[in-house]
Design a protein around this ligand. Structure first.
Ligand code: HXC
Length: 258
């Protein structure tokens, strides 16, 4: 696949997307998001891929939407073209798990991109923030919605209204990130986690992702009902038969992803 602003590669059953606009601290313009979207389409269609990692550079995961690109947009430009935000749903609708491996700045749209992924693994250098208020605007791709769900109202209001950054330790304590690792181990750690996920039954992994996400879209009763239905449906899978037989027979399961 030919991309200009991202790099893609396959590592075993893991698809890796690396944002590659170092001079602009990986600022996210529509081209970057188009390319991420196309990469996700390809990884999603590839039976050999079981999980995806999105990462940036040591200095920045992404310092936000591209301020220069959007500075002169009119309301009509932005609304009609769905500029800046048009491809973000693609990250959300990806059915395979996505890990954001975050080092350095994850600000504005960068923080929002990380939060749209399923797991955030942070380097100890990571800094998260929603500083749009300083630019005379507000988060536009989930900052006011996903952040409070992840860290609660108090911290979300604090970050969105004061524009202060949160370091990796605070982000882990607040529940935004699942683990903090030394910066030089970030990619290795994220790839290992992704390889672990990808070694499991792909349809089961997809069912788990769908079910956990359901928790954010429904009442507890509806969510539990959804989970129970999906749980029961897992008994239609060969991989469920294999996984449980392997346990009983005290051997490693060999999943066929069906
Ligand atoms: C375009 C950006 C950028 C951005 C940094 N750069 N962030 N370009 N859009 N969001 C560019 C700078 O212009 C500069 O280019 C180069 O990257 C290095 O940045 P510096 O500022 O020189 O580095 P430093 O002093 O280390 O400061 C780093 C920083 C700062 C704290 C991350 O760059 C910063 O505050 N950036 C903006 C963060 C932000 O406000 N993000 C939210 C954007 S709005 P040159 O050419 O001068 O070297 C948003 C809305 C989302 O995200 C809406 C939905 C998607």
């Amino acid at each position: 696949m030919n991309h200009e602003l991202i790099l893609t590669e396959t590592r075993g059953r893991v698809g890796l997307i690396t944002l590659n606009r170092p001079k602009a601290l990986n600022a996210l313009n529509d081209q970057v998001m188009d390319e991420i979207s196309a990469a996700l389409d390809a990884f999603e269609a590839d039976e050999g891929i079981g999980a995806i990692v999105i990462t940036g550079s040591d200095r920045a995961f992404a310092a936000g939407a591209d301020i220069g690109a959007m500075a002169d947009y009119s309301y009509m430009d932005a609304y009609k073209g769905d500029y800046i935000t048009r491809n973000w749903e693609r990250v959300k609708t990806c059915r395979k798990p996505i890990i954001a491996a975050v080092a350095g700045f994850a600000l504005g749209g960068g923080c929002e991109l990380a939060m749209t992924c399923d797991i955030i693994i942070a380097a100890d250098s990571a800094r998260f923030g929603q500083p749009e208020v300083k630019l005379g605007t507000l988060p536009g791709a989930g900052g006011t919605q996903r952040l409070p769900r992840a860290v609660g109202k108090a911290k979300a209001m604090d970050l969105c209204l004061t524009a202060r950054f949160m370091d990796a330790a605070e982000a882990e304590k607040a529940g935004l990130v699942s683990r903090v690792v030394p910066a030089d181990k970030l990619l290795e750690e994220a790839l290992t986690a992704a390889e672990t996920i990808a070694s499991f039954s792909l349809p089961v992994v997809m069912m788990i992702k769908e079910s956990v996400n359901r928790a954010f879209e429904s009442s507890l009763g509806e969510g539990l009902l959804f989970e129970r239905r999906v749980f029961h449906s897992s008994f239609a899978l060969n991989d469920q038969k294999e996984g449980m037989a392997a346990f009983v027979e005290k051997r490693k399961p060999s999943f066929r992803h069906d």
